[in-house]
Design a protein around this ligand. Structure first.
Ligand SMILES: *[C@@H]1O[C@H](CO)[C@@H](O)[C@H](O)[C@H]1NC(C)=O
Ligand SMILES: [Ca+2]
Ligand SMILES: [Ca+2]
Ligand SMILES: [Zn+2]
Length: 625
């Protein structure tokens, strides 16, 4: 913290140096002319004249909708291929020929100083854009990306004339609140509560989360986002007094250098995240994200985009099929109705045998894997789905690739319920081999059998630690020092537009875990701690499935905390990832015995349920074969 303060002071001196001799700031006498007003002065005067009662004067959300500024990561704008943050805008009718150049000047300022790229909305971006509207009185903006079509940003003539006000409102839309709401502001300014008008105290609330809302950057008196000294004053006296004597607060001309740095830091451009325990970790550049789109390599196959080199046996009676994307198997009351990998019909495929006519009792379909050159102990895992009262059998055969000799190493017969079930089979190959899935049709058409997520990994099946959360927490515990808990849930979360529909393991009646975000608890972080895991010289591969759906989705982090207290951020993912389950594989290598910490940081709103399921760890790298 001392280091941070020093940095703050150094920066501040630089800033004051810059400021001296420029016209912004406040006169020593209280006679303020329009020319002296800061961006926020003009905005507030406008909004009060218009009788608008907005959150902190000019934000179009109610206080209970906004919990914190920058950390509402679900409200960030997406980055394009070019690494720029893309914010589409529309300049609606009503702006004059003088107004429009001021708007363009502001867009240029953002383009020049930051990685934010404001560009005219096209038909592809109608789901989220800023609708600039000319108002007769009043200036305000939504906070961050509402993902709600054209979100209004309203500007009056006075605000446009005070150019800094345009920059200010745009910065709300980018994702920032006011500078003096920072959690550390009491170190830099004194709020004079007695001078604040009745009922306006809550405009001086500060934020609670220490790390993210400051982005570890110095306090900025010169921010275009700072309130002016007399904001919401009842008597013309100061409501905010800087602790640095004579510091100018508020701004009217442009975004400050620190404003630009804040934007670039929030969006992870121009500053890299270190992964230090305090991680300001809002870098979107995926430093910590190790995602595997699918398992498609040799024997491992999620059937994400086809057969992964699997072929139909030619000596059998019929063929395996892939489901049509977006559809279940053709017959009712039998077979899987969704992909196991993603939990959704609309994403990914599974393989199945169709038991309907012309199939007859005992017909066999063989599905042959590519040839594997893996040697020694391996675990072959897969999920099968055997639902229907006339279900036959599923057999797994091991085949020596050279001699063609086959032997059955696993088998299941009869109905197992309308759910996906995991199977694990040890394989200890000394020669090249293939495996064959053999589906045997039962006594009638209610006998479709599905398979999905075939995976071959090094080591015996017994060396894989897996928690599916279907029965309990498998020894995972809540971290006592935070306030939110992970809970086990089956089916949908209570909020309809966020969270998973069902668990990942079974796709049915099993359980997954999530942090309930709709509670009144204002604490933001829920941490789940694994049992202690012994250090391994070969490190560990940790695999888990996450579901991050909901417009305000916050972040999911995985850290390792070892015996020495060393705390390392190993994985981080921010914001909505789609309404499906996705897989992460993360290689970790702590020096001493350690625990995994899974953290859900809730976004700003209720719509941010993050689901987690099928956490697995095994010694070795994350290779699949
Ligand atoms: C953009 O603004 C124009 C002018 O007001 C309006 O006609 C048009 O419908 C707007 N486009 C969108 C996508 O909002
Ligand atoms: Ca699949
Ligand atoms: Ca589960
Ligand atoms: Zn504002």
């Amino acid at each position: 913290m001392a280091v941070l303060r020093l940095f703050a002071c150094a920066c501040l001196l630089g800033l004051l140096h810059q400021v001296r001799g420029t016209p912004f700031g406040r006169d020593t006498n209280k006679e303020t002319s329009y020319e002296d007003l800061t961006a926020f002065d003009v905005i507030l005067a406008e909004n009060e004249a218009a009788g608008l009662d907005l959150f902190e004067g000019d934000i179009q959300d109610s206080a209970d909708q906004i919990r914190n500024a920058i950390q509402c990561t679900g409200r960030m704008w997406p980055k394009g291929q070019d690494g720029l943050v893309k914010i589409p805008y529309n300049i609606t009718d009503g702006f004059t020929d003088e107004d429009v150049p001021a708007l363009h000047r502001a867009f240029h300022e953002y383009a020049h100083k930051t990685c934010v790229d404001f560009f005219p909305v096209t038909s592809e971006h109608l789901d989220a854009y800023v609708s600039l509207e000319k108002s007769t009185s009043g200036c305000s903006s939504k906070f961050g990306n509402m993902k709600d079509g054209g979100q209004s940003l309203s500007l009056s003539a006075s605000c446009i004339r005070r150019y800094g006000s345009v920059v200010h409102e745009l910065m709300h839309a980018v994702g920032f609140k006011h500078e003096q709401a920072r959690p550390d502001r009491d170190d830099y300014v004194t709020i004079v509560w007695g001078n604040i008008r009745d009922g306006k105290d809550n405009n001086f609330d500060k934020e609670s989360e220490p790390v993210i809302s400051t982005l570890d950057l110095p306090y900025d008196y010169g921010s275009v986002m700072h309130y002016s000294r007399t904001a919401f004053s009842t008597n013309g006296q100061d409501t905010i007094v800087p602790k640095v004597p004579d510091a100018q607060i508020g701004q009217r001309d442009q975004m400050s250098d620190l404003d630009a740095l804040k934007i670039n830091t929030l969006y992870g451009c121009g500053r890299t995240v270190t992964g230090a325990p305090t991680g300001t970790g809002l870098d979107m550049s995926a430093n910590f994200v190790h995602l595997r789109a699918d398992l498609d390599t040799t024997i491992s196959c999620a059937f994400a985009s086809g057969w992964c080199g699997y072929t139909q046996d030619t000596a059998d009676d019929f063929d395996w099929s892939l489901n049509v994307l977006g559809e279940a198997t053709p017959s009712g009351n039998t077979g899987p109705d969704h992909d196991h990998s993603t939990g959704e019909k609309a994403h990914g495929h599974f393989a199945f045998i169709e038991a309907s006519s012309p199939r007859r009792d005992g017909d066999v379909a063989g599905l042959l894997s590519p040839i594997s050159t893996a040697r020694g102990p391996h675990c072959l895992k897969f999920y099968y789905h055997m639902y229907g009262e006339e279900t036959g059998s599923l057999n797994l055969l091991y085949m020596d690739a050279r001699s063609g000799a086959k032997n059955q190493i696993w088998s299941k017969s009869g109905e197992q319920g309308d759910l996906w079930v995991e199977a694990r089979v040890d394989i200890d190959a000394q020669t090249d081999f293939q495996v064959m899935f053999e589906g045997v049709r039962g006594s009638g058409y209610h006998g479709d059998i599905g398979i999905d997520d075939v995976e071959l990994v090094a080591g015996t099946c017994g060396s894989i630690h897996h928690c599916d959360f279907d029965v309990d927490f498998c020894g995972f515990q809540q971290l006592a020092s935070d306030d939110l808990d992970w809970v086990r849930n089956t089916g949908h979360t209570p909020s309809a537009t966020t969270g998973p529909d069902r668990d990942h393991t079974t796709g049915s009646s099993g359980h997954y875990i999530y942090v309930e975000a709709s509670s009144q608890d204002r604490s933001d972080l829920g941490t789940l701690v694994s049992p202690e895991i012994p250090a391994s010289t070969s490190g560990y591969c940790v695999t888990f499935w996450y579901h991050m759906y909901g417009r305000d989705t916050g972040f999911l982090r995985m850290r390792t905390v070892d015996r020495t207290g060393s705390d390392r951020l190993e994985f981080e993912l921010i914001g909505e990832q789609g309404d499906l389950w996705k897989r992460a594989d993360v290689f970790i290598n702590p020096a001493t015995d350690f625990r995994l910490h899974f953290q859900d940081y809730i976004g700003c709103y209720a719509y941010s349920d993050i689901g987690l399921d099928d956490i697995e760890w095994r010694a070795g790298r994350c290779d699949i074969v």
